[in-house]
Ligand binder design. Structure first.
Ligand code: KG4
Ligand code: ZN
Length: 340
């Protein structure tokens, strides 16, 4: 048993991607299948929860089968089934969770409940198995913006969080206001390429009581006001400059707060994770600012930043090692916290 390889099947359905993957020993991705619902939700300008749940139901069986097939394994050869049980959309979560429970029950394999945020953090292990706790991770997605100290593979300490909008949510709202579409992050990044990030000074919020917390509703409102003023005065709305200046303001705050938190904790390893970690400016600026402070900075490959199931399988592996097997009555928890 000592050197037996551990194969975890991961299942993810918390928002608008149905995904399944097989990961060996926590770090090696054997297969990864992602069925994106972007085309379905695009016409509504954002994710419609009920439509998302139904779309997950339609594809979850072929997605899981394909992941097993691509890994060259049968369900019997899998050691554990890891599934996201929160945070996320309750109906969407329930599809993956119920499916995983059915598979686990029928095959006699252990069920492993995974927190989606811990999954995003674990995406880094697949690309950079050399990262070892303790380190700091900035997790920035459509629903979350957290600075988390990873003290061990399964223990986490929240150092800072957003008090209002998440960074990805702000990108999505600004994209809509600029008429760029959904999902907003990649659209704003693309528009920013033709603009100057220093042309408009949007606010960078810092709190006195916790300098590692974030707030993005102020920058969002400032951008919306700026657009309205341009329109009222009959001036051209410079989409490139607005997108670039907004992106710069968000990236400045994310990088400065993370580096400051790392310094305070005496930590010289930083990772970033979540959909917004796909942002090129964030990746470059975190790397440059981190290097100046003598810190190592890691980020996952682009396809591992946005939702996927390899990250869930990897996080599930560490739960498996802790023998943290989920009970059959595990429920979907839309507002699941990092320390529960
Ligand atoms: O992690 P994720 O796929 O789903 C959640 O767990 O929320 O993150 C999705 C978020 C969306 O808000 C999307 O606009 C943002 O990540 N995003 C980006 C980029 N790619 C995705 N934000 C900024 N720049 C990007 N290149
Ligand atoms: Zn996510």
């Amino acid at each position: 048993m000592a050197n037996k390889d551990i194969y975890i099947l991961g299942i993810e359905s918390s928002c608008d991607e149905t995904a399944a993957a097989v990961v060996k020993n926590g770090f090696y991705e054997m297969s990864s299948v992602i069925a994106s619902q972007i085309d379905i939700h695009k016409e509504y300008g954002g994710v419609v929860p009920e439509i998302a749940s139904r779309a997950h139901v339609d594809v979850i069986t072929p997605v899981v089968h394909e992941a097993l097939q691509n890994a060259g394994l049968t369900l019997q050869e899998i050691d554990g089934i890891a599934v996201t049980y929160g945070p996320g959309l309750v109906g969407a979560l329930l599809v993956g969770l119920s499916y995983a429970k059915g598979l686990a029950w029928a095959s006699g394999k252990p069920l492993l409940g995974v927190n989606h945020i811990k999954g995003h953090i674990a995406a880094n292990y697949i690309c950079h198995p050399e990262i070892k706790p303790p380190y700091l991770c900035l997790v920035v997605s459509g629903g979350h913006s957290h600075i988390i100290k990873i003290t061990d593979y399964t223990s986490f300490e929240m150092l800072g969080r957003t008090r209002d909008d998440a960074a990805g949510e702000a990108f999505d709202k600004i994209s809509r206001a600029l008429g760029l579409g959904y999902p907003g992050g990649p659209m704003v990044q693309k528009a920013a390429e033709s603009g100057n990030g220093n042309s408009i000074r949007f606010p960078r919020v810092k709190f006195q009581d916790n300098p590692f917390d974030f707030s993005f509703s102020g920058v969002k409102t400032a951008v919306l006001n700026y657009i309205h003023h341009c329109e009222q005065r009959g001036e051209e709305v410079m989409i490139g400059d607005i997108a670039a200046s907004f992106q710069q303001a968000v990236v400045d705050v994310l990088t400065d707060h993370t580096i400051a938190a790392a310094k305070q904790c005496n930590i010289d390893h930083i990772a970033i994770a979540g959909g917004v970690a796909a942002n090129q400016l964030l990746r470059t600026e975190m790397m440059n600012k981190g290097r100046k402070e003598g810190m190592d900075v890691f980020y996952p490959d682009l396809k591992l930043c946005t939702d996927n199931a390899s990250m869930i399988a990897s996080a599930g592996y560490f739960e498996f090692l802790q023998n943290n097997i989920a009970p059959w009555n595990l429920n979907a928890i839309p507002g699941l916290r990092i320390n529960s």
